[in-house]
Design a protein around this ligand. Structure first.
Ligand code: PXG
Ligand code: PLP
Length: 435
């Protein structure tokens, strides 16, 4: 190992292996990365599901540069700067109807903690302080902080970290390859899994439940598309029992599903929504919680000189992030990127599904501009086949992402057809070589 690689303790990385053969990215533009040797790599995952407008977009670059020179930092508590209001306003304008309030964080994980705290505090402010229980879902990913891993449903992210939050329960996940394998778009079967929430109400009583949090499409655990009617059913059950519905749209937000948010695409409006990643095109860390006006307003009683919601981060609404966010939304609007997926999804879906019949391919899933190919694990070595495919594609100049034995594809929304072809052809070859 090179000594200069020693100090950096890497996040979510097989780091001893990595440091023996590092993959270092040195430059980016449009659909491409270049590694430290100058080799061009097609970005098939928008960095890490975040660079939705493609890399090094001129407006965003300039906005960040100008902002750094003009106002580097402004304290966000009892002070503010104009771009924070401007960005909140612009985000609220593209949000689902009624979601008018925007609270800024620095990551998706922080957005999740913020939303969970808002939900519990909301019920308390309304005089229903017994509603503290949080319901997540198996195979959910809600970031890495304690609230997020408690409601999250990834064993590997939970088992090392003690007893987590108390008062949490989980719905079953919706992955059902026996009935739904190779579904194009939303699978037919599984809306009834939302009825798990009724069972939880029967077990715990609605008066103890604050909120349910789900990803409209589960991203990190392998791109699980909601069965037809599932999200609608969850919404109905939440309404019936006064439970808040939180959509974690950290991945699905900002155009991934063919409209600005998955809530719009699926026609289901949550009470709270978490955002991050695409809000700044991945250029400066930022997250946000979108809240219904009615939720926000519950907090606005009591003496006016007191803080209504005691929560926030030193870097909430950081000027660089706000400048990047405004330029990002402009870029999305200039190029109609937030709906571009709806035009490309047919072709993209066909291409992803053309991998059916390749060796070890046991399921293919797609929606909007996100796709996944699930492979049979190598006996006794779960995750290795997909990781080998990932390494092979990277060698051949295409960056993808794996989780377990699923390969995920979620390119920047500026992708062209021939680049979709390149991703699929490269992946096909790698799957064949991994057989
Ligand atoms: N919620 C969801 C739904 C996410 O996808 C987070 C919260 C946390 O966001 P931050 O910004 O704190 O990372 C995410 C993040 C993967 C992968 O391998 C996905 C994410 C992050 C890292 C890797 O698919 N999503
Ligand atoms: N730890 C200490 C000692 C702090 O003073 C602060 C913030 O002032 C934090 C943690 C939280 O940091 P942040 O606001 O960046 O999340």
């Amino acid at each position: 190992m090179k000594p200069e690689l020693d100090a950096f303790w890497m996040p979510f990385t097989a780091s001893r292996q990595f440091k023996k053969a590092p993959r270092l990215l040195a430059k980016s533009s449009g659909m491409y990365y270049w590694d430290d040797q100058g080799r061009q790599i097609l970005d098939g995952v928008a960095g890490l599901w975040c660079v939705n407008a493609g890399h090094a977009r001129p407006k965003i670059v300039k906005a960040i540069q100008d902002q750094a020179a003009e106002l580097d930092f402004a304290p966000p508590f009892n002070m503010a700067h104009p771009k924070a209001f401007e960005l909140a306003d612009k985000v609220a304008k593209i949000a689902p109807a009624g979601m008018k309030k925007v609270f800024f964080t620095n990551s998706g994980s922080e957005a999740v903690e913020t939303a969970l705290k808002m939900a519990i505090a909301y019920h308390r402010a309304r005089g229903e302080g017994t509603r503290t229980r949080l319901i997540g879902r198996e195979r959910g990913y809600h970031g890495v902080n304690f609230g997020g891993i408690s409601v999250g449903g990834m064993v590997g992210n939970r088992k090392m970290f003690g007893s987590l939050l108390t008062g949490v329960d989980h719905l079953r996940h919706t992955h059902d390859p026996a009935r739904n394998a190779f579904s194009v778009g939303q699978p037919e079967h599984g809306a009834e899994l939302a009825d798990d929430l009724e069972r939880m109400v029967a077990l715990h009583d609605a008066s103890t439940i604050a909120a349910v949090i789900v990803e409209p499409i589960a991203g990190s655990t392998g791109v699980l598309i909601p069965p037809k009617g599932y999200l609608q059913r969850l919404r109905e059950i939440c309404d019936k029992h006064g439970i808040l519905l939180i959509f974690d749209e950290v991945i699905t937000g900002f155009g991934r599903t063919g409209s600005p948010f998955a809530a719009t695409t699926f026609g289901v409006t949550p009470d709270l929504m978490t955002l991050a990643k695409g809000i700044t095109n991945g250029c400066v860390p930022m997250g946000a919680v979108l809240a219904k006006q009615s939720i926000h307003d519950v907090f606005m009683n009591g003496p006016e000189h007191l803080i209504e919601f005691p929560h926030g981060y030193t870097y909430s609404s950081h000027p660089l992030a706000c400048a990047a966010g405004l330029a990002t939304l402009e870029t999305y609007a200039d190029e109609s990127l937030l709906t571009r997926g709806s035009q490309l999804q047919g072709y993209f879906g066909e291409q992803v599904h053309s991998l059916k019949g390749q060796p070890n391919v046991i399921d293919i899933r797609n929606f909007g501009l996100v796709g996944a190919v699930e492979l049979t694990p190598i006996a006794g070595e779960p995750g290795k086949r997909a990781f080998n495919v990932f390494l092979d594609c990277y060698e051949k100049g295409v960056l993808l992402r794996t989780t377990g034995d699923t390969v995920a594809i979620s390119p920047p929304l500026i992708i062209e057809r021939q680049q979709i072809d390149q991703i699929i052809d490269t992946l096909r070859g790698a799957i064949q070589r991994a057989a």
